[in-house]
Write a protein that binds this ligand. Sequence first.
Ligand code: PLP
Length: 293
Amino acid sequence: MTERFPFVACAYARALAESSDAFRRQLEPDVRELEDDEELGPDPFDEEGEASGCFGLKQRFPDRVLVMTSNACFMNCRHCTRKGLLRHAEVVRSDEELAACAAYVQEHPLVRDVLLSGGDPLVLPDAEVMRFVRAFAALPQVDVVRLCTRAPCVNPARVTRDLAALLGRCGKVWVNTQFNHPDELTPAAAEACTNLVRAGLPVSCQTVLLAGVNDSADVLLDLFRALQRARVRPYYVFQCDPVAGISHFRVPLERAVEIERECAARIGGLGLPRFVADVPGADRKIPLAELEV
Ligand SMILES: *Cc1c(COP(=O)(O)O)cnc(C)c1O
């Protein structure tokens, strides 16, 4: 199984898994990954075949693009939407490839939000991260450079004050991270978030709804409150994507909508993320309530 879906976890993630069952389930390989629905492929969003024509850059929406900056992570999440793709992903490395991505953005004047994703961009050294950030932040049409990283959760020591200061000085960087369970908001993780916020970076969280990890309103509300204490804005709760190898994590839609309703009744708007699904071919992330049958 780890031949198909490799096991990767840094020392911090392995230690956290020792103390938290909810986190361990996101890191430990499970035989059910191989028993998955045959109809599901590795790439429902056609990220590999995406016709931007620009190496390592994906565009699905008019105003924002995603740039693949790395194909490695501090930890391979078992529920990863790119778990079957990452090793073969088109990763932007050379100055020429990066310049071609910046040129693509300039040729598409509606684009104002550039997501730096992967993999995790923060597996790269600071200077490399800043090479990507500056290439897009330098374009007047770009209002937001979104750093998509799970480092605050899975390797918080990576989020140093120095890095936060570099990112903050740029003026356009927003950080999107992923916490799925309140156990993950350790003092070290909270400090990583604080470093970012103090440097002037808006920090948001994309949680994935995972059976056996966080599929209850009580757990999610504890998570949202802990995020707010760390001044992280809960942004999305994602229904698991239709990707091979993660079906055992999927929460039935009816149950997910029920959990959302209960959360909405018990926390104020600033603590309540949007519950959505990424539907292949859709023009936006779709609210779960709209999918209800
Ligand atoms: C999800 C996604 C985005 C970001 O969408 P938001 O709803 O703005 O968070 C951008 N590009 C691609 C290809 C995506 O899949």
